[in-house]
Design a protein around this ligand. Structure first.
Ligand code: DON
Length: 306
């Protein structure tokens, strides 16, 4: 079905404008605190290759935790189910950088999308690749069909200099025997991963294999088999938007992954991948206008997984 989404995206872009001033940019990473919240972009990548966009869809932003999706895909592709001995698959119901749950659950993170889980995934990648961060960057370049994608070095340095909580999480897991590489190696690679910069079009394209049973739509390259892809989408639905995942599923009804840079990527299996970006966040750390844009998209198009 060749639906033209342009009118709907234009409508959404107009509708969310009053929300842009209501969110708060992430302030705990100094470089992110300097970004104006008054920006909004959206892109839809259909599996037949059509692209629809609105707003600031070509502006680069910091992918932050959205990158955890691609890191997980790479680790799952390489290691398969072995990763589940070191990280769980349950929503955390806690903030993404919480330490307390990790203590009473003996250093096994609830899921790969909270910071602790992403650090374990980085540790797994560090054992597999000489440079985990560049291996991941290269992987995302292929997924997005964009060889120029890169780290934002200022953001990476800014985060490395203030990553006290992530260091604490990594040390706690090391103490429990769930981190094999040096803490500094894992933290550096994690911060660089979070600092990968993308725009909405690139992000929607990069996630499109998840809408296409695990294969890149334009090349046919198999990234994950259909069963693994189903599982990754399930994890996005249940854990991809932090401890707001239940509310997000209720409002939007799509597997999605968000980041504190204000990006969110979502998947309509069998049809399209879409992304939104607006740096103002809600209290859970999800883009305020971005979440509303996705809610409006599934409402106006009647497309969701439910
Ligand atoms: O580690 C951090 O806190 C940020 N680099 C990423 C946080 C984020 O986007 C939400 N995390 N799940």
């Amino acid at each position: 079905m060749s639906i033209n989404y342009q009118e709907i995206l234009d409508t959404i872009c107009d509708e969310v404008q009053p929300l842009l001033s209501q969110g708060k940019v992430a302030s705990y990473i100094p470089e992110l605190s300097r970004i104006s919240p008054l920006q909004f972009g959206m892109a839809v990548y259909c599996l037949d290759g059509r692209i629809f966009t609105a707003g600031d869809e070509r502006k680069k932003f910091s992918t932050q935790s959205v990158s955890k999706l691609f890191a997980l895909a790479l680790a799952f592709k390489r290691e398969g189910n072995a990763i589940w001995t070191r990280v769980g698959r349950e929503p955390s119901g806690n903030p993404f950088n919480s330490l307390s749950q990790l203590e009473y659950e003996h250093g096994i993170p609830r899921n790969p999308f909270i910071n602790a889980g992403a650090l374990v995934i980085n540790d797994i990648l560090a054992a597999r690749f000489v440079q985990a961060d560049t291996a991941l960057l290269q992987f995302i370049r292929v997924l997005a069909d964009e060889p120029t994608l890169d780290f934002d070095r200022d953001v990476a340095l800014s985060e490395q200099g203030t990553a006290h909580r992530n260091n604490a999480i990594a040390h706690l897991m090391k103490d429990f025997g769930n981190l094999f590489n040096p803490v500094a190696t894992v933290i550096d690679s994690y911060c660089r991963q979070c600092a990968i910069a993308m725009n909405c079009v690139e992000l929607a394209k990069a996630a499109s294999f998840l809408a296409n049973r695990g294969s890149i739509p334009w090349s046919g390259e198999c990234i994950l088999d259909a069963s693994s892809t189903k599982r990754l989408n399930a994890l996005m639905l249940t854990c991809g938007t932090y401890d707001a995942a239940g509310d997000f599923a209720y409002r939007v009804g799509l597997p999605a992954k968000s980041g504190v840079g204000g990006g969110i990527v979502a998947v309509v299996p069998g049809e399209l991948a879409l992304s939104v970006w607006s740096p103002g966040l809600d209290t859970n750390g999800n883009s305020l206008a971005g979440s509303m844009a996705l809610e409006r998209f599934t409402t106006l198009t009647t497309r969701s997984i439910f």
